[in-house]
Each structure stands twice: as structure tokens, then as C-alpha cells.
Write a protein that binds this ligand. Structure first.
Ligand code: NAD
Length: 350
């Protein structure tokens, strides 16, 4: 059997680490190299279970530092590149957009240049670029984003992702490279950094802290379980058509208040000492430029690649809440800040 050799950028982050787990748990004929800068959002703990597995290699590098990136990856012959690395938090992009332009635009450009070398050498089978539905802007009450929806990004984060999507597209049309882009909706699940809505609410419930909800909690997102997303990405890598884009979502629209209320009711059963948790809900000033609604039409990936989600929203939310309850060391290390030195401690002298 031919071995798949995959480079995963941003594999120490939320979705990237779930992607690594999905592949290594289910496939033996595979080797995965993760390249990650280990920013505040990258945590080597997320991958530590694989550190002695011969199918796994970790390389610390910044995709926006061309010299470091190219020198560390020289001589590796990857057939597949799954590009997750990005600055990903909208609120941080409002406070400091520069890192977003560096990593998301320049970093993606360097990744494409690295892929172009592999392509010229006849090695590259596919470059899969992971993007977001936020590039399409905001929806009103009706409709859903399709692959032909015009781009209209509203935050520095979504604008930087839109820029990277256009670069990826251009490498197909200009250099004939085997690129594919996926645009997905909001993910949730294990290993999600606790600044994002769902993990933040779960952890605040566990600690008896206020649950801050923007505005009146009416903003709507289309929630996608990270494990379904990872299976969709792997399917797009293996069966997707070069030069195409695929929207990934599960027709699962909920407003923020509904999500927070659901977390509170799950916590009431699983952590009764804090019940009723919805007493902790606090409405706070809305985020500037807050997109009202996102919704994905996933018909294309369903019809053309045969992808459908495996998990129900209710079960996946239960699994998510239980994961945070059962992995308190993971998030306590993050909240204390000590996780940032964990990789250095492990790899000192190597
Ligand atoms: N989380 C979501 O709901 C969501 C939704 C749509 C799209 N996406 C996209 O999916 C991808 C992964 O998102 P996530 O939620 O896992 O993000 P994350 O913030 O949890 O992880 C990002 C990872 O990239 C790494 N990274 C950041 N800058 C880097 C650089 N310059 N060089 C190398 N590594 C770097 C970080 O260390 C981290 O490990 C991103 O491209 C994001 O835009 C995420």
C-alpha cells in the first residue's frame, strides 16, 4: 500500500490537532509532519500522545518566516499539504490586525511557494487550504452561502483569510497547481482554545464566572462538530477536484443565546453544584462590525464527494461538555499560561 506523506500546518491548534488525531487513529499507512509556530493558540499538549509514534514528526517554525520555514522543511517530500495555520480569533484581529496579515496572507503565500517547488518536482498531489465562511460577509434572515457567493469580508480576520483564498485560487489558474479550498462554518469540540464562545462558556460555568454574551445574543452561526469537519477535509483531500472550493457545514443554525442556554442546561446535569448555570448569563457591549448571521449550503460537498456529518448536534455538544469536564488539567494549564513552555521543556537539548 502506498504511504500518504502529509504536511499539516497549524497542527497544534484546535482543528489541526483534531485532524492529526482523526488520521493517526484511523490509518496506519500514513506519515504526518506538523509545522507550527506554537503561538498562544498552539499547544504541544494537543499532540503529545503521538510524540513517540514513528508516523509523526513535529517541526516548530513560523510559516511567515520564509528562510526558517524552507530550511526546516528542505528535503521532505510531502504529497499532501493540509494548511490550517492561521491567526483565527476575530476579536484579536480587531485589536491587532498585523499578525493576521503576516500569518494568514504572507504565511499562506510562502506555503504556496513551498508547494510550488514540490509541484515542479512532480511530488505534490494536493494542497488543501482551510478557510472560513466569514469571507462571504454577513447574511440577513434568509439564504445561505454557496461556493459562488461573492466575497465581502468585514473584519481584519476574514479579510486576511479572503486574501489567502484568492492567492490559493491564483496558483491553480497561474501554475496549474493541485489546490483545493474549503470554507467551513464555526467549529466546536475538544481542544478548542478557551477564548472562543463554546469553551469559554463551559469553563466559566465550571468556575462559577459570568457568561458574557455579545449584544442580545441574537447573532446566528451554523455550528459544525470538529470531527465531522476533519472527515470532510480528508475527503476533499482524497476526492476533491483541483481548483474547486467546497463549503462545509451541517445546516445547524443557532443563535449565541441558544448555544449558551444549551451549555447551561448540560452543565446543570453534569455539574449540579453550580445550577442553575443560566443565572451567570451577562449581556455585554456588542463586538464592532459583528456579522449578524452565517449559514452554509453544503450541497456541493454532499453531492460531489458524498460527505455527510456523522454526529448529531446534541450528542456532539454533550461530548464536548464532557471533554472539558474530564480534561481539567488541559485547560487549567492554559488558563495559568504554563502550557506555553511545555514544548521547550520536552525538547530541550534535542
Ligand atoms: N475554529 C473555527 O471555527 C474555524 C472556522 C472556519 C475556519 N477556520 C480556519 O481553520 C484553521 C484552523 O483554525 P483553528 O480554530 O484550529 O485555529 P487555532 O487558532 O486554534 O490554531 C491555529 C494554529 O496555527 C498556528 N499558527 C499560527 N500562526 C502561525 C504561523 N505564523 N506559523 C505556523 N503556525 C502558526 C498556531 O500556533 C495554532 O497551532 C484556520 O485557518 C481558521 O481560519 C476555523
Amino acid at each position: 500500500m502506498t504511504q500518504r506523506k502529509i504536511l499539516v500546518t497549524g497542527g497544534a491548534g484546535f482543528i489541526g490537532s483534531n485532524f492529526v488525531h482523526t488520521l493517526l487513529e484511523n490509518k496506519s499507512d500514513i506519515s504526518i509532519t506538523v509545522v507550527d509556530k506554537l503561538t498562544y493558540a498552539g499547544n504541544f499538549r494537543n499532540l503529545e500522545r503521538w510524540k513517540d509514534d514513528s508516523r509523526f514528526l513535529f517541526i516548530k517554525s513560523d510559516i511567515a518566516d520564509k528562510e526558517d520555514l524552507f530550511s526546516k522543511l528542505e528535503g521532505h517530500n510531502f504529497q499532501e499539504i493540509a494548511h490550517f495555520a492561521a491567526e483565527s480569533h476575530v476579536d484579536r484581529s480587531i485589536l491587532g490586525p498585523e499578525e493576521f496579515v503576516k500569518t494568514n496572507v504572507l504565511g499562506t503565500f510562502y506555503m504556496l511557494e513551498l508547494a510550488r517547488e514540490l509541484h515542479s518536482a512532480g511530488k505534490l498531489k494536493v494542497f488543501l487550504h482551510v478557510s472560513t465562511d466569514e469571507v462571504f460577509g454577513s447574511l440577513g434572515e434568509d439564504g445561505a452561502f454557496t461556493e459562488s457567493t461573492s466575497y465581502a469580508p468585514n473584519s481584519p480576520y476574514s479579510a486576511s483569510k479572503a486574501g489567502s483564498d484568492h492567492l490559493v485560487r491564483s496558483y491553480f489558474h497561474t501554475y496549474g497547481m493541485p489546490v483545493i479550498t474549503t470554507n467551513c462554518s464555526n467549529n466546536y469540540g475538544p481542544y478548542h482554545f478557551p477564548e472562543k464562545l463554546i469553551p469559554l462558556m463551559i469553563l466559566n460555568c465550571l468556575q462559577g464566572k459570568p457568561l458574557p454574551v455579545y449584544g442580545k445574543g441574537e447573532n446566528i452561526r451554523d455550528w459544525l462538530f470538529v470531527k465531522d469537519h476533519c472527515l470532510a477535509i480528508d475527503m476533499a483531500i482524497q476526492k476533491g477536484k483541483y481548483g474547486e472550493t467546497y463549503n462545509i457545514g451541517t445546516r445547524n443554525e443557532k443563535n449565541n443565546l441558544e448555544i449558551v442556554e444549551l451549555i447551561c442546561s448540560l452543565m446543570d446535569k453534569r455539574h449540579p453544584e453550580g445550577a442553575p448555570h443560566n443565572r451567570l448569563i451577562t449581556f455585554v457591549k456588542d463586538r464592532p462590525g459583528h456579522d449578524f448571521r452565517y449559514a452554509i449550503d453544503p450541497s456541493k460537498i454532499e453531492k460531489e464527494l458524498g460527505w455527510t456529518p456523522k454526529y448529531s448536534f446534541e450528542k456532539a455538544m454533550e461530548e464536548t461538555v464532557d471533554w472539558y469536564i474530564n480534561n481539567q488539567d488541559w485547560w487549567k494549564e492554559i488558563l495559568s499560561g504554563s502550557y506555553e513552555s511545555y514544548y521547550e521543556q520536552q525538547y530541550k537539548g534535542r
